[in-house]
Design a protein. Structure first.
Length: 125
């Protein structure tokens, strides 16, 4: 009987903390990806497009004033055109990322599909 109680206690001690931190809804942007705009898996494998995307990513991630969200945006280069996708924390971050992409890409067309994520809600204790 004592072994059964210990097993139940172990399960509760492991499962309860996980349940407390589980998000109520898993992120899903499938609906957003159904329009005909490019997705990260459509990144072209031409040397020029790969280098262009890498330079833009480096420019974004080296700016420590940007949020983690901003550092993780998707940069998709196709035939010299660049699409920026993903959530950022503010409209100012969106504009800063677009400016960095334009600075690196020069005359390339930049498609800014960045969205401003809602502020994090504080969990009540």
């Amino acid at each position: 009987m004592l072994g059964t109680v210990r097993s139940i206690t172990r399960v509760c001690c492991v499962a309860l903390p996980l349940a407390l931190f589980a998000s109520p809804q898993q992120p899903d942007n499938t609906r957003e990806n159904k329009n005909n705009s490019p997705t990260a898996d459509q990144q072209k494998e031409t040397k020029g497009d790969r280098e262009l995307a890498a330079k833009i990513r480096k420019s974004i991630t080296s700016d420590k004033s940007l949020s983690t969200y901003a550092h993780n945006v998707k940069v998709i280069a196709q035939n010299g055109e660049v699409t920026l996708k993903g959530p950022v924390r503010s409209e100012q971050e969106s504009q800063a990322i677009q400016a960095k992409a334009q600075e690196v890409a020069g005359s390339a067309k930049i498609h800014n599909e960045l969205t401003v994520a809602p502020p994090k809600s504080k969990k009540s204790e």
